[in-house]
Design a binder for this molecule. Structure first.
Ligand code: ADP
Ligand code: DP6
Length: 555
């Protein structure tokens, strides 16, 4: 057994097969866990289980990655000249990897990997793996009813890379009993309207809390209504990382930037390949690093390997994905909402097709470059101002906690349009927190004004009128700091940032009474756990208390 390489010495030299170690954050077990982990939900029998459930956590790896919401920078973030603000959610995607239950016989090649997504109908995929020295090839079983390109590419490339990174004996040893992989996304990733209907429950957060973890979606992956949290990015990031960790090509417990960069680069590459295009990558980025401001990587970085021929030269691919050997120029600056600010999300049942919106906006930018670039400059600057003000607010909370709390309390009782009256009311004569709140609110209204202008000029419904009416109704509730359309906008979703539980209830009431569109609240909030988390495996044992891990071991 080779020793763990010191992180400072770590090199991803593709021509050697020496051991590499990659790092993800270890799951926290107390205090700051996401709302989902804290909620005491009644235990309701959820999924039908195909295989005999194995409660054993031995040799089991579980890695999770968060969903995302792009609060500012939609479209602009496709261009390196601009930044986006992405917040990771405590709704996560989980990948479990363990030796298979039923393949004692299959101790020789080809090894078998079975992947299940128990929330869906017809969602089992079988793969056959052959190992010849450093060359590892994976093929989908021809007997499968459906194909999952995202899963297949993630497995194919992760294993092929492992062949060049760790000794082949370790690979065959790990594969010899076959592998079982279970993939599950938090309920918030998919519309729960059908599940609520089945249970005779109405569409509100109280009802959503009664649904079991990883509830069945009553449909196939192809037909499911997604809520826009970025299922494929979170899935690929958790799957790729779980594989690297399960094969002990990675270690845990240290926050090593280089190692996470490698996992990021692999996930980013696989996601681009599966999507058939190089997007901005903000979703994979937040799945790895949590909330941050994001400046994209130059597409040229991976352009040359963006085809299936990359399989034929894994050392060359490893070189491109090695953060030390290739210039990955993405910029990630960590971000955190100030205390007492709560993110609220809702999906709109109407939905929009993001690739169509993107292609039409980019077409407009190409045909009217002056008009578009002028607007993007203004919008980009206003987005940056909003981020800078949110950071100032966070600093204010740290430096002057008592004044900050008092100001938030007062602002919670009034709609944002009336916060101006709070600025000069404090004992010191000037309330700096109230002033920041006013500025953030106004700047974000300006962001929305530019987005509506973009809608008009490009004829793409980025903030459609129906959404404008909904957002304005939310902003009339006391204690609502921001309301907007995330990401590409359209009819997909809305977000609000609110200052208190009362504000949250007020906004929820607006959503359930809104008659123009069906507004479905989500339960998730900002992730406090950051990006990638090792939930189980290596030196992170099963405590018996984490009900998410417990549930994953059962399904
Ligand atoms: N629970 C899951 N299990 C397996 N694959 C999944 C799961 N959820 C999503 N995927 C994969 O992600 C693809 C959806 O990707 P995409 O349409 O880009 O959605 P999104 O915008 O949510 O990322 C699916 O076709 C499937 O391959
Ligand atoms: C337009 C964009 O900048 C942002 C789109 O963000 P969304 O969060 O709307 O994405 P989907 O989950 O794919 O619907 C495109 C991009 O950056 O890739």
């Amino acid at each position: 057994m080779m020793g763990i390489i010191e992180l400072s010495n770590m090199e991803f030299k593709s021509e050697t097969s020496s051991e590499r170690n990659l790092t993800v954050q270890t799951a926290r077990t107390s205090g700051s866990e996401g709302a989902y982990r804290r909620h005491k939900q009644p235990h309701v029998k959820g999924l039908s289980v195909e295989n005999t459930p194995s409660m054993s956590s031995t040799n089991t790896t579980i890695v999770s990655a968060p969903g995302k919401v792009l609060l500012a920078g939609g479209y602009l973030v496709l261009d390196r000249a601009f930044s986006g603000l992405v917040v990771a959610t405590d709704a996560r995607f989980y990948t479990l990897v363990r030796p298979s239950n039923h393949s004692r016989a299959a101790s020789t090649e080809p090894y078998r990997i079975t992947v299940r997504s128990p929330q869906f109908e017809n969602a089992t995929w079988n793969y056959l793996v052959s190992v010849q020295g450093q060359d590892i090839t994976l093929t989908a079983s021809p007997e499968d009813e459906s194909k999952n390109t995202f899963v297949e590419l993630a497995l194919m490339y992760s294993l092929a890379m492992l062949g060049h990174l760790i000794p082949s004996e370790r690979i065959t040893e790990t594969l010899k009993s076959g592998l079982e992989i279970v993939i599950a996304g938090n309920n918030d990733f998919y519309s729960q309207r059908k599940e609520l209907e089945t249970r005779g429950l109405s569409l509100n957060t109280g009802s959503l809390r009664q649904i079991p973890l990883f509830a069945p979606t009553h449909t196939t992956l192809g037909k499911v209504h997604k809520t826009g949290l970025g299922s494929s990015a979170a899935l690929i990031t958790s799957l790729v990382s779980a594989i690297f960790i399960h094969f002990k090509a990675s270690t845990i417990g240290q926050e090593d930037v280089l190692q996470n960069k490698f996992l990021h680069n692999v996930a980013q590459f696989v996601h681009c390949l599966a999507q058939g295009k190089v997007g901005s990558g903000f979703d994979v980025s937040s799945a790895v690093w949590g909330s941050h401001t994001y400046k994209r990587f130059s597409p040229e970085v991976i352009q040359d390997v963006m085809n299936q021929d990359a399989r034929n030269d894994i050392p060359a691919l490893l070189k491109v994905l090695d953060p030390k050997q290739t210039e990955w120029d993405n910029v990630v600056v960590p971000f955190k909402l100030a205390p007492r600010l709560h993110l609220m999300l809702a999906d709109i049942d109407a939905g929009s097709h993001t690739p169509t919106l993107v292609s039409n906006v980019l077409k407009w930018r190409k045909t009217k470059p002056e008009e578009a670039n002028g607007l993007w400059e203004h919008l980009g600057r206003t987005n940056d101002t909003v981020v800078a003000l949110l950071k100032k607010l966070e600093a204010m909370a740290k430096d002057h906690p008592t004044e900050y709390d008092l100001a938030i309390q007062k602002a919670s009782a009034l709609p944002a349009s009336e916060w101006g009256s709070l600025v000069n009311q404090s004992i010191t004569g000037h309330d700096a927190t109230a002033e920041l709140l006013v500025q953030i609110n106004l700047e974000f209204l300006t962001v929305r004004r530019y987005l509506r202008e973009m809608s008009q000029l490009s004829e793409v419904p980025v903030e459609p009128e129906e959404q404008t009416r909904l957002l304005n109704a939310c902003l009339s509730v006391p204690g609502v700091l921001m309301a907007g359309v995330p990401g590409a906008g359209g009819f997909d979703a809305i977000f609000c940032i609110v200052l208190s539980e009362e504000s949250r209830s007020g906004v929820e009431a607006v959503w359930s009474n809104f008659e123009e569109m069906s507004v479905g609240p989500l339960l998730c909030q900002e992730s406090v756990e950051g990006g990638l988390v090792l939930e189980l495996g290596q030196d992170k044992p099963f405590s018996g208390e984490d009900r998410i891990v417990q549930r994953l071991l059962e399904v």
